[in-house]
Design a protein around this ligand. Structure first.
Ligand code: GLY
Length: 390
């Protein structure tokens, strides 16, 4: 009896120890984001065309224009800080940075509309119901829909690299579908919902290997809809499992299940999670190397952004499951991130997290802070808080 009690005490303690410390995480994020605001104020941005922080280059803050795919993450981070703290200071800052992205609603040259507009205006609308934000979401969805090709059944990702692909679709594009689902809810026009479902189905059919890992880029023939190529762009090899790509897949199908309740999306999300967590190269702390198949595993850089996206997705997936496995895994990831991958307080120009990897093959953004890691980390904290408070 005594041994059994000791066992339950230890098991209980270790489960407790794996939970994120919400208060400490919010305090750290608040401190870092105050620093970031002051660094943005000091940055060289005379024409004021640079609207949002993205990363550090040689220790210097890199700000980007609204057309950059990452431009919506800082305002999204500010919205999440507002949601976590209920402090109106963050709301005012979020409104200020969100407004700087509005012109993207006209930009039909890329698929990144969801990243840019939904993380900023989408969160803003969710938290304020500002009718101006609603208008921006609807206009953006209309613009994004122009990139849909009914023959392929998907939204074209890039216009660049046309020497390599006629009609490239990247797994990341799944994240843009949330904006389309929302546009149907706001407008009553089912066209956006249908495009999102078609894109999700086409991606489900063509982007995944038998083991449920995903290719990064699928090149389609825009006239026939046939798959022409399967490649990578930011991963180690065409046949490898780029960590953030797996994260986008997990997040994308979890979100599609929320929006449609189609069980095949839930099954896909669970299969992707299974691939990620049973992979022999998944480290014990659950923060993946930048590519699961990178050649020098154990000395390869990590990608904390992939971990943050996976943790956020897992919290949502845990609400569609009747056991605690996804919730416990997400908690463990969040605990690891906070203990080992946080920016040291007062450093990194105010980025919350360190040690993400953007594009290792082009030696770009390797083992650095990236704003989208911060964004999905705070989103994961919000999701954690909502789960434990319900
Ligand atoms: N969507 C670009 C990336 O994940 O790096």
């Amino acid at each position: 009896m005594r041994i059994v009690s000791i066992f339950f005490f230890i098991a209980g303690f270790s489960t407790y120890a794996q939970k994120p410390n919400l208060k400490r995480a919010i305090t750290h994020a608040t401190h870092q984001t105050n620093l970031m605001l002051s660094e943005i104020g000091k940055a060289d941005n005379e024409s004021e065309t640079l609207v949002s922080p993205r990363t550090l280059v040689d220790g210097k803050l890199k700000l980007v224009a609204s057309k950059d795919w990452t431009s919506g993450f800082f305002s999204g981070t500010l919205w999440y800080l507002f949601e976590l703290s209920n402090n109106d200071k963050w709301k005012a800052e979020a409104q200020k940075f969100t407004a700087k992205i509005e012109q993207e609603k006209y930009n039909a040259k890329t698929h990144d509309m969801g990243f840019k507009v939904y993380c900023s205006f989408g969160n803003g609308y969710r938290l304020t119901r500002d009718p101006q934000y609603r208008e921006v979401i609807l206009h953006s969805a209309k613009t994004l829909a122009t990139r849909f090709n009914p023959k392929v059944g998907a939204i074209r990702s890039w216009d660049h690299s046309s020497d390599k692909w006629d009609f490239p679709v990247i797994i990341d594009n799944m994240l843009n579908l949330e904006l389309l689902f929302e546009a149907t809810k706001l407008s009553g026009d089912s066209a956006y919902y249908k495009i999102a479902v078609s894109h999700a189905n086409t991606t489900l059919k063509n982007h995944f290997r038998a083991n449920y890992s995903t290719w990064h880029v699928i090149g389609y023939d825009p006239k026939t809809g046939e798959v022409v190529k399967r490649n990578t762009h930011q991963g180690y090899a065409d046949a490898s499992a780029w960590a953030r790509g797996q994260a986008w897949a997990l997040y994308g199908y979890t979100m599609c299940y929320r929006e449609t309740k189609d069980p095949k999306y839930l099954a896909q999300a669970k299969n992707v999670a299974n691939f990620i967590f049973t992979h022999k190269n998944m480290p014990a702390d659950f923060v993946p190397y930048w590519d699961f198949d990178a050649p020098n595993i154990t000395s390869e850089p990590r990608d904390v952004s992939a971990a943050a996206v996976i943790a956020s997705a897992l919290y949502e997936l845990s609400t569609y499951s009747n056991n605690n496995d996804y919730f416990n895994k997400a908690n463990k990831m969040m605990k690891s991130i906070a203990l080992k991958y946080n920016s040291i307080k007062g450093t990194n120009k105010g980025f919350i997290l360190d040690h993400s990897t953007g594009a290792k093959p082009s030696n770009s953004e390797v083992d650095v802070p990236l704003i989208y890691a911060d964004y999905y980390y705070l989103e994961a904290l919000v999701r954690y808080k909502n789960i434990v408070n319900n």
